[in-house]
Design a protein around this ligand. Structure first.
Ligand code: FMN
Length: 365
């Protein structure tokens, strides 16, 4: 199969997207001109920066790299509601999909519903409400739903309590989709030369995004898609084709990125789309939609195992010694120029499998 034969189109909120990639809320979608600039890339759908009633000035500095491929931010929308209405009007004539995202956490549910109704008149394809407080979010959806004909979705913050129950109420209130998740916070990082926090916010704290948060998001999407039969947007730490496949397998229809394009440029969307086509073509997967929810099915089939042990394929092993170094049971043994597992010592923890650069180790029952 050729990469160009792979179907990447996905159906989301009644729209057919060219691919599952989304540029979600952040500085790259912070105004009409920034959104138009991003539209030149291989992006299936965009989400505006969180729209709030008043513009806010972010204290400097408000974005910093922290750890590998991760960021901290304390970044607020520098344009307010009235300006956003003008920007959305300006974007009415467009050839890309756009969700208007409301930073619900800054307003009461009735104000959020008013904002949603007005924003809906300006021609976005859908509206999303973002909040930390589940009860407030449910109230806002209940008020907005009868007043907005467009698809209405919510974006959840990490570690939402009572997830199953909250999702049930949101579905009953009439949402059409769910995104997970916002950045994780508040978190703190300190410059050890100056002792100052890396963010200029009041207490120096900010919100964490990027590679560091990806496993939290993957678990979140997995859980959400167990509980609701609605399209899910997975966003958090995605930067490459394998990540998109992983997030699709746990149930996402759309996969978002913000930190990756901030760190590596908007061209990351073009690269990921290309890599994704090749990744799927190499594995004879003709349609990305066929992978959705695969992990749920596999988990149900696999059950739990307690008798697996590591085995090294001598054809692949290059005796790099990494498995010897990481094994806390000292099961791998380097002898006469080759490495083997002393099976009586192995407990099948799997660490050597995950670190082996040659993929020479497997767990076998
Ligand atoms: C600088 C920055 C600003 C952000 N602003 C918003 C925002 O206004 N509203 C929102 O819902 N999420 C916002 N986010 C969160 C992202 O949309 C996304 O959910 C989160 O960063 C995880 O994705 P990532 O790891 O690909 O960045 C922001 C993220 C960053 C890095």
């Amino acid at each position: 199969m050729q990469p160009n034969d792979v179907n990447l189109t996905v159906d989301f909120l009644g729209l057919r997207l060219r691919n599952p990639l989304a540029l979600t809320e952040g500085p790259l979608t912070g105004s009409a001109d920034r959104i138009r600039r991003a539209a030149g890339h291989s992006i299936g759908i965009m989400f505006t920066k969180g729209i709030r009633p008043q513009p806010a000035t972010s204290p400097n500095p408000f974005i910093a790299k922290t750890g590998r491929r991760s960021l901290m931010n304390a970044d607020w929308s520098d344009i307010g509601f009235e300006q956003w209405l003008k920007d959305l009007e300006e974007l009415r004539d467009r050839d890309f999909f756009l969700v208007a995202s409301i930073a619900k956490n800054y307003v009461t549910p009735p104000v959020a519903a008013d904002m949603a109704e007005e924003i809906a008149q300006c021609g976005p394809d859908a509206i999303s409400l973002v909040d930390y407080d589940p009860d407030d979010l449910i109230r806002a959806v209940k008020l907005a739903r009868p007043r907005v004909k467009l698809p209405l979705m919510v974006k959840l913050c990490p570690f939402m309590p009572r997830l199953e129950e909250v999702l049930k109420e949101l579905v009953e209130a009439g949402i059409d989709g769910v995104a997970a998740m916002d950045s994780i916070g508040p978190v703190l990082a300190v410059d050890v030369e100056t002792g100052l926090p890396s963010m200029g916010s009041e207490d120096g704290s900010g919100y964490l995004s990027g590679e560091a948060i990806k496993p939290v998001m993957v678990k979140y999407v997995y859980e959400i898609s167990r509980f609701v039969d609605l399209p899910v947007v997975g966003v958090g730490g995605v930067s490459k084709a394998e990540d998109v496949v992983e997030v699709t397998m746990v149930g996402a229809t759309v996969v978002g990125m913000v930190t990756a394009p901030l760190l590596h440029g908007l061209g990351v969307f073009d690269r990921v789309e290309k890599q994704l086509r090749k990744h799927l073509a190499d594995r004879d997967v003709a349609d990305i939609n066929s992978l959705r929810g695969l992990t749920h099915r596999k988990v149900a089939e696999a059950g739990m195992r307690y008798d697996a042990r590591a085995v090294i394929d001598p054809q692949k092993c290059e005796n790099c010694g990494l498995c010897v170094r990481v094994c806390f049971k000292q099961a791998p043994l380097e002898e006469d120029g080759s490495t083997r597992i002393q099976i009586e010592r192995c407990v099948g923890c799997g660490l050597c499998v995950s670190v082996c650069p040659q993929k020479a180790i497997t767990l076998i029952c």
